[in-house]
Design a protein around this ligand. Structure first.
Ligand SMILES: [Zn+2]
Length: 156
């Protein structure tokens, strides 16, 4: 796998979390062995201002229907980070309830629906989270003996 990262290109986005997220998402999306049909999810934790000018910690996570290879800033859904983490603490959460709650904590109601993997991204401590469904991993996991193969390769 060859990194497509370019220091000169990336320097343009060093003071804009969302622009950097767009740049790096497109790098992942450009490699078809990493993202099949533009799939996978990326996010960045940042601070934005709400309608009243207050700073709000958010998770900007890929919205449904956007392709990593061509995503633009409006393709990221801004959801309140604290509330997203709180959803992870629930004992149970149905898919319907999760989708409804994630829409409810959007800062911009015209944004696309946040990825169903938003909660996972929220609880990861890293500022930038990249998650793809690479051919290499899917080949190992998505077959009848997947669990045994993964256990053998990654015993810990
Ligand atoms: Zn996924």
């Amino acid at each position: 796998m060859k990194s497509l990262w370019n220091d000169k290109d990336a320097a343009e986005f060093s003071d804009d979390d969302l622009a950097m997220r767009v740049y790096t998402s497109r790098l992942l999306g450009a490699d078809e062995s990493l993202v099949m049909h533009g799939g996978g999810n990326t996010s960045v934790k940042s601070v934005v201002q709400d309608f009243f000018g207050r700073d709000v910690e958010v998770l900007l996570v890929k919205g449904s229907g956007w392709d990593l290879g061509t995503i633009e800033k409006p393709g990221f859904a801004p959801i309140r980070l604290e509330e997203t983490k709180m959803l992870a603490e629930r004992d149970t959460l149905t898919d319907t309830a999760m989708a409804k709650q994630l829409r409810g904590i959007l800062l911009d109601q015209s944004a696309p629906s946040p990825s169903v993997e938003a909660i996972l991204h929220a609880i990861m401590p890293s500022k930038f989270v990249d998650h793809t469904h690479t051919d290499a991993v899917v080949t190992l996991s998505n077959n009848p003996k997947g669990e045994a193969i993964i256990a053998e390769l990654f015993p810990d």
